[in-house]
Design a protein around this ligand. Structure first.
Ligand code: G7M
Length: 321
């Protein structure tokens, strides 16, 4: 179906007042490339659409190996770039169906989104409990990314058809569904998130003995749901929590061990099984632990730690007692 016709049929479908479902990038004005990673084959573009800021995350998809013969037909054009003896290199142009580039569109994007995706200097913070109380907590209670998308999922207003598993218990229940970063086809890059129904857990810092039934439930039932749905066993999955998270409504990441998920580094990921074990050993572990994470120089959290004098003398900090 041609694009114009599709556009007429979808009638510039207005999903709601926040998100117009796009048929093309017609009218999109590129402002700048705000980050790029040639190894991961990703780029983030800051642009403008309908007079409002937009962020587009572009990612080359993995090869579709279940239909690999699709690449080897007369439909794939070849341009020779080198020929030497038995060695030839080519630029290959596979058919459209095998050529998709994943594009995540955030529109309208806020200044915070632009900051989040812009390449910038990174700094390590060792957050003691008192730094948490005095620097981090006031910031996350006053200012954070909107978590409307989380409520939309929990209230089944969005992504309901994507739910892989739900436990409806208000205290220990959760919804397990594909992370927006996953294309839902390549299970070697499987990426799901479990979002809890309970509303008052901001992050790892809020977890204690009382959280154990919830954490154990997510681990057990999340793993079982993935085994049942995708035939991937627990031994092939990383299950973890980000600290700091981007969104302060408690959620857990499930990724295939084959996939080098962004945010799986020692500066951000805490394995759920270890978190459970730490709390079993010491109920208030995460209230007392110094937690280490990265901040990026345009983030509010970096500014707050900087204002508190943290980077002047990273060991002795002015707000420390
Ligand atoms: O860093 P943090 O632990 O807060 O991770 C949040 C996760 O939620 C990331 O892996 C995002 O890709 C994912 N995510 C963010 N948004 C806005 C959405 C969304 O609207 N739908 C889904 N399914 N996942 C999202």
């Amino acid at each position: 179906m041609d694009r114009k016709k599709r556009k007429l049929e979808s009638g510039d479908r207005q999903d709601d007042d926040r998100l117009r479902i796009l048929d093309s990038f017609e009218g999109f004005k590129v402002k700048s490339v705000i980050s790029e990673n040639s190894r991961c084959k990703t780029a983030v573009i800051h642009g403008e659409l309908d007079g409002k800021d937009a962020i587009v995350l572009l990612e080359r998809k993995p090869f579709n190996l279940s239909n690999v013969s699709n690449y080897f037909t007369e439909e794939t054009g070849l341009e020779n770039t080198l020929k030497n003896d038995i060695y030839g290199t080519y630029d290959a142009y596979p058919p459209k169906v095998e050529n998709a580039v994943k594009a995540v569109v955030i529109h309208p994007a806020t200044e915070k989104h632009v900051q989040k995706y812009t390449d910038q200097e990174r700094y390590i913070v060792h957050e003691t409990p008192s730094l948490y109380e005095q620097v981090t907590l006031p910031l996350i209670t006053s200012k954070q990314f909107s978590i409307q998308w989380v409520y939309n999922i929990l209230e089944k207003k969005k992504e309901a058809d994507r739910i892989v598993y739900e436990d409806t218990d208000p205290d220990t229940g959760f919804i397990l569904l594909p992370d927006m970063k996953w294309d839902r086809t390549d299970t070697s890059a499987l990426y799901l998130v479990a979002i809890v129904h309970k509303h008052n857990i901001k992050s790892l810092r809020d977890l204690d003995t009382g959280s154990l039934p919830l954490l154990q439930n997510i681990l057990k039932k999340g793993l079982k749901a993935i085994q049942d749905t995708y035939d991937i066993p627990a031994s092939k999955l990383n299950v973890y929590i980000h600290y700091q998270p981007s969104y302060y409504h408690f959620h857990v990441h499930f990724t295939n061990v084959k996939f080098e998920a962004p945010g799986f580094g020692a500066d951000r990921a805490h394995l759920l099984a270890d978190v459970i074990n730490n709390i079993q050993l010491y109920g208030d572990f995460y209230k007392k632990k110094t937690l280490t994470f990265l901040v990026r120089e345009q983030e509010d959290l970096y500014m707050k730690f900087k204002d508190a004098g943290y980077f002047d003398c990273s060991e002795e900090v002015s707000v420390e007692k």
